[in-house]
Design a binder for this molecule. Structure first.
Ligand SMILES: Cc1cc2nc3c(=O)[nH]c(=O)nc-3n(C[C@H](O)[C@H](O)[C@H](O)COP(=O)(O)O)c2cc1C
Length: 175
């Protein structure tokens, strides 16, 4: 799904850097409040690379499978570590010089095995919380349901066309 969206985005002129979070070492947030005064996370792991990339990116695309009615644990760990932006953007006036730009577009892609709208609603709420925190502009939400088997999406060219188009639109309408 992400690959097809990415190809649409690239065809519209974007350069997309893909980071597969399951291959990275990223701890979840422990609410230690270590970022409260500095806006910097005290945990030293691969999240540092994501902070750096996001700082210079024109937008963000996040993709996750649906697990137990939410995003995957790998995805959730990354989302929680964006807590630094809560203090930077909203929680600590002393960090206002670090505030992130407000006009960068964001997309969230999800796929689930079951056909239950509640699961997509749940993922959307998580995405909304994330993009609010990071002051990203939530421009695209694609949540596919009923795709459980590996390769099931690839067998459906109509859906692939829609995903590609969504990637194209995301870039051409927002960047
Ligand atoms: C641990 C686990 C939990 C899952 N929970 C859900 C769920 O709550 N709702 C759902 O629709 N699908 C659920 N699924 C099915 C996956 O979302 C589905 O297989 C999806 O296609 C996985 O995407 P991927 O092949 O890109 O990893 C779950 C799968 C696993 C492995």
């Amino acid at each position: 799904m992400l690959d097809t969206f990415r190809r649409g985005a690239e065809a519209a002129g974007a350069q997309v850097d893909v980071m597969r979070v399951a291959d990275l070492d990223i701890e979840p947030c422990t609410n230690c409040d270590g970022c409260r005064d500095t806006g910097e996370c005290v945990i030293s792991d691969d999240m540092e690379g994501i902070y750096k990339k996001l700082a210079v990116a024109d937008g963000l695309i996040l993709a996750s499978p649906i697990y137990f009615g939410s995003v995957s644990a790998y995805t959730k760990a990354v989302i929680e570590r964006f807590q630094i932006y809560w203090f930077i953007n909203f929680g600590n006036e002393n960090l206002k010089h670090l505030k992130t730009p407000t006009r960068r577009p964001a997309a969230f892609l999800a796929v689930g095995g079951m056909k239950n709208k509640k699961y997509c609603d749940s993922v959307r709420i998580t995405a909304e919380a994330l993009f609010l925190n990071t002051r990203l502009n939530f421009r695209s939400f694609l949540c596919l349901q009923g795709y459980d088997e590996k390769g099931a999406l690839e067998k459906n060219p109509e859906v692939l066309k829609e995903i590609y188009q969504e990637g194209w639109d995301f870039v051409s309408k927002n960047l």
